[in-house]
Design a protein around this ligand. Structure first.
Ligand SMILES: Cc1cc2nc3c(=O)[nH]c(=O)nc-3n(C[C@H](O)[C@H](O)[C@H](O)COP(=O)(O)O)c2cc1C
Length: 156
């Protein structure tokens, strides 16, 4: 199964994390497509055209007052405006933030809730990473085996 990795980043931390995760998924035998500036029309078109399961791994940093980081602002706006039905989509979310903010991980939480509301299937529970206290690569490495198990079960 191909994994589309959607990246919301402003200053690059989440892009770096997404690159590491893509490498680990490739080692586990999956193909990955990294979307550093996810394009709403392209991704929806690919989803509609695909005749196999589609998986989005959304790696979302919060910025502003809990807004999506720059690279996914347009995408998020369009998703909220268009509300596409996503029954054929599987997903999970890595939410990146900093617990100094009241709006900790708000964008990642919004993405998770929105995809669920649009009828996409949540594969495993969201990972939240607190950049103030946690090592992002370490946290992701602890969580990733759960995702790989889910993907392997789906394929078998
Ligand atoms: C101006 C600014 C606003 C931020 N706002 C939030 C926020 O509302 N909620 C949160 O959890 N983290 C917030 N953060 C923390 C970022 O999510 C964190 O620094 C993250 O590593 C940025 O990822 P990026 O480098 O991929 O953009 C903010 C950071 C900055 C610099």
């Amino acid at each position: 199964m191909n994994i589309d990795i959607l990246v919301a980043t402003t200053s690059g931390n989440t892009e770096y994390l997404a690159d590491q995760i893509a490498e680990q998924l490739q080692h586990a035998g999956f193909t990955t497509s990294l979307h550093y500036e996810p394009d709403y029309s392209d991704l929806l078109e690919a989803l509609r055209q695909s005749n196999e399961e589609t998986f989005w791994l959304c790696c979302i940093a919060s910025h502003g007052a809990g807004e999506y980081a720059d690279s996914m602002l347009d995408f998020a706006e369009q998703m909220h405006a268009e509300k596409p039905q996503l029954d054929e989509l599987n997903f999970t979310v890595i939410a990146v933030g900093d617990s100094c903010y009241d709006t900790f991980c708000s964008a990642g939480r919004d993405c998770d809730a929105l995809l669920d509301k649009l009828h996409a299937k949540r594969a495993i529970e969201r990972l939240e990473i607190d950049m103030a206290t946690e090592d992002p690569e370490e946290k992701a490495a602890e969580w990733l085996p759960k995702l790989i198990t889910w993907l392997n079960n789906k394929q078998s």
